[in-house]
Ligand binder design. Structure first.
Ligand code: SF4
Ligand code: SF4
Length: 285
C-alpha cells in the first residue's frame, strides 16, 4: 500500500505526520519510508536512519554534432519541453535546465547528429530507521529537475510493505510525480485561511489524478472553521486532529518525532491508518 503524505505549503507538519505514522505502523507491519522531498529531504532529522547504500542518479542530455546537422528543426519540433532550439542554418541550442532527458530528439534526428551523455543529478540513499526500511532522494544543488529522482526512488517501492511517501509541499511536478499511483493521499493542513487556500489546490491535483484522500488537521483549535466547512462540503474525511501543543513543537525542534515524545499518539496514528485503509480499498472489505 502506498500512502502519500503531502501539504499545500511547508511548515504545516507534513513530516511530523509522515514520520509518526511510519513509526506507529512499524510495530505491526513491514514499513518503507521514502523521503520524496528531494530538494530538501528532512525526515532523516527525525528518523535518524543508518544509511547503508548510496546510488547516484543520472539523466541523459543531448549533444549535437554540428558537422552532421542540417538544421532541419525536427528535434525542436519534437521536444515537449522547449529545451532545444534550432536557429535556421546556424545553430542548435540545448537548454539543460529545461531538458527532461527523454531522448526523443535523439530518436527523431534524421542525420544521427544527436548523441547523449550522462549527467549525475542526484543521489538515492537507502538504509534502516529502527525497524523500517528508509530511502531518501537528494537533488544535486544547481540541478533543476526533481522528478527523475522521485521516479527512481519509487521504483524501489516494495509492494509487500506499507510505503509511506513524504512528498514535497505545494502542487508542482515533484508532488504530482510522488502522488502518481498512490493508494491514498493524506493532506496535512491547518485551520487557517492560508491552510484552506493551499488545501483546495492540493485537493484539485489529487482529484485530477483520481486519488482517494483524507485530511489531517494540525494545530487544531487555532484559526477558524473554514477548513472543516470545506471538508464537510467536499466530503473529505478529517482522519486525525493534532492540537496546538507546545510539547509537540519543542520535540520537533529537538528532532524528536511526535509518537516518541508522546507515546499515547501511536494508537491514534494506527487508528488513522485503519480508517484510511478502509477508504483506500473499500471493495476488498
Ligand atoms: S533533428 Fe538533427 S539534423 Fe535536424 S536540426 Fe536537430 S540535430 Fe540537426
Ligand atoms: S532529451 Fe527530451 S527534453 Fe531533452 S532536449 Fe531532447 S527531446 Fe527535449
Amino acid at each position: 500500500m502506498q500512502i502519500v503524505v503531502t501539504a499545500g505549503k511547508g511548515g504545516t507538519g507534513k513530516t511530523t505526520v509522515a514520520t509518526s505514522l511510519a513509526l506507529a505502523l512499524q510495530e505491526r507491519y513491514p514499513v518503507q519510508f521514502l523521503d520524496c522531498d528531494v530538494e530538501e529531504p528532512d525526515a532523516h532529522i527525525l528518523l535518524k536512519p543508518q544509511i547503508k547504500e548510496r546510488e547516484p542518479v543520472y539523466v541523459n542530455r543531448p549533444k549535437i554534432d554540428e558537422a552532421k546537422c542540417d538544421y532541419c528543426g525536427k528535434c525542436s519540433e519534437a521536444c515537449q519541453f522547449n529545451a532545444i532550439m534550432v536557429i535556421k542554418d546556424k545553430l542548435v541550442l540545448v537548454y539543460d535546465e529545461l531538458c527532461h532527458g527523454c531522448g526523443l530528439c535523439h530518436l527523431v534526428c534524421p542525420k544521427t547528429a544527436i548523441s547523449e551523455y550522462e549527467v549525475e543529478m542526484g543521489l538515492i540513499e537507502r538504509g534502516t530507521a529502527g525497524g523500517m526500511e528508509y530511502l531518501q532522494g537528494t537533488l544535486t544543488v544547481g540541478e533543476p529537475l526533481a522528478t527523475p529522482i522521485i521516479r527512481r526512488l519509487k521504483e524501489k517501492i516494495d509492494q509487500k510493505k506499507v510505503a509511506i511517501l513524504d512528498s514535497a509541499p505545494g502542487t508542482g511536478c515533484p508532488v504530482i510525480e510522488t502522488m502518481h499511483g498512490a493508494d491514498f493521499v493524506l493532506l496535512v493542513t491547518e485551520p487557517t485561511p492560508f491552510g484552506l487556500h493551499d488545501l483546495r489546490l492540493t485537493v484539485d491535483v489529487a482529484r485530477t489524478l483520481g486519488l482517494r484522500m483524507g485530511v489531517v488537521l494540525n494545530r487544531d483549535g487555532v484559526g477558524d472553521r473554514g477548513v472543516e466547512e470545506y471538508c464537510e462540503k467536499e466530503g473529505l474525511p478529517i482522519l486525525l486532529r493534532i492540537p496546538l501543543d507546545r510539547r509537540i513543537a519543542v520535540a520537533y525542534s529537538n528532532g524528536v518525532p511526535l509518537v516518541l515524545e508522546l507515546p499515547e499518539w501511536r494508537e491514534r496514528f494506527r487508528e488513522m491508518f485503519a480508517a484510511l485503509a478502509e477508504l483506500a480499498e473499500p471493495e476488498r472489505r
